[in-house]
Design a protein around this ligand. Structure first.
Ligand SMILES: O=P(O)(O)OC[C@H]1O[C@](O)(COP(=O)(O)O)[C@@H](O)[C@@H]1O
Ligand SMILES: [Mg+2]
Ligand SMILES: [Mg+2]
Length: 332
């Protein structure tokens, strides 16, 4: 066997991909690249902890509630600490908002140009039962002067002002899916190398699909047109799939085609999902992959941000399915 066959290339690492594309990044001075590397590093550590959670004392409740009034899982808290630390030490982020913290976290890097909104662990109800979970992040270039303390204004710029967004899916394999506004790429984590390797250079969502994802237990609360839409899905013998982790449900539908719905419910009349660190980043990725995302009245990216932990209904997925849903007056 030719020796060359014994030394096949391992593929393009995330680092090399970022460097190669740095010219395509706005403001390409390397800070955003470093920031993405810091996110990737933290996710590798968390991936290791998720895989070994049962062997470490990090399963179960942390015994505290977050600003949403939800019980925090130990891994929610651990992941939060790890991402904040990595972004602080990396030096490229001046402030962070997180699902797990009420207020803006100032990193002390006052000369840094970026702010990050993060859901450190998405799908918390699945943490202890070995079902896929994720991390979601959204990156903005600050609007306050470099050298000053970041403010609310840096985070309430609006969905179309995101310069990058992504998620990490800790599933049967761990992947990082990323957009900087030039399409969507996926990187698979090779644990033996400790590297994210480009595995899906250009992810495109099929314009239609056979999968609908929603919490069937809440259907009675959904607006009538949504109930009608779901009935049609069932009449057409579409497949109901719901993992209960937004990242995992979104990713499956991104690959196979489908629609994820989290409408307003009696428990969450504004919807459950958080605009800044769940809806906006997933909507940016969806649109960059040819899909759509709306709140029932408008594009998610057009929803005006008014507060850090604001919630929104979310309908996201294949373009034809969202258009069909939008064809029915969702808030009839
Ligand atoms: O249990 P429900 O009401 O169906 O909600 C599930 C949804 O809530 C979430 O778990 C909310 O995210 P967090 O786990 O980050 O709080 C989504 O991942 C998921 O799609
Ligand atoms: Mg979440
Ligand atoms: Mg979370």
């Amino acid at each position: 066997m030719a020796l060359a066959n014994l030394a096949l290339p391992v593929g393009i690492t995330l680092d090399r991909y970022i460097m190669q594309r740095q010219t395509a990044f706005p403001y390409a001075t390397g800070e955003l690249s470093q920031l993405l590397r810091d996110m990737a590093l933290a996710s590798k550590i968390i991936n290791r902890e998720i895989n070994r959670a049962g062997l470490m004392d990090i399963t179960g409740s942390a015994g505290s509630d977050n600003v949403q009034g939800e019980t925090q899982q130990k891994l929610d808290v651990v992941a939060n600490i790890r991402f904040i630390r990595a972004l602080k030490n990396g030096g490229e982020v001046c402030a962070i908002i997180s699902e797990e913290d009420e207020d803006i976290i100032h990193t002390g890097n006052v000369n840094a140009k970026y702010v990050v909104a993060i859901d450190p662990l998405d799908g918390s109800s699945n943490i202890d039962v070995n079902v896929s979970i994720g991390t979601i992040f959204s990156i903005y270039r600050r609007v306050t002067p470099v050298g000053s303390k970041a403010t609310l204004a840096d985070f309430l710029q609006g969905g179309d002002q995101q310069v990058a967004a992504g998620y990490i899916l800790y599933g049967s394999s761990t992947i990082l899916v990323l957009t900087t506004g030039e399409g969507v790429s996926g990187f698979t984590y090779d644990t033996s190398l400790g590297e994210y390797i480009l595995s899906q250079p250009s992810l495109k969502q099929p314009p239609t699909g056979q999968i609908f994802s929603c919490n069937d237990g809440n259907v009675a609360d959904y607006p009538a047109p949504v109930q009608t839409y779901l009935q049609r899905c069932k009449q057409q013998r579409m497949t109901g799939r719901y993992i209960g982790s937004l990242v995992a449900d979104f990713h499956r539908n991104l690959i196979k085609g489908g629609i994820y719905l989290y409408p307003p419910t009696a428990r969450s009349p504004q919807g459950k999902l958080r605009l800044l660190y769940e809806c906006y980043p997933m909507a940016f990725i969806a649109e960059q992959a040819g899909g759509r995302a709306c709140d029932g009245e408008q594009r998610i990216l057009d929803v005006a941000p008014t507060s850090l932990h604001q919630r929104s209904p979310l309908f996201i997925g294949s373009s034809n399915m969202i258009d069909q849903l939008n064809g029915m007056s969702l808030n009839g």
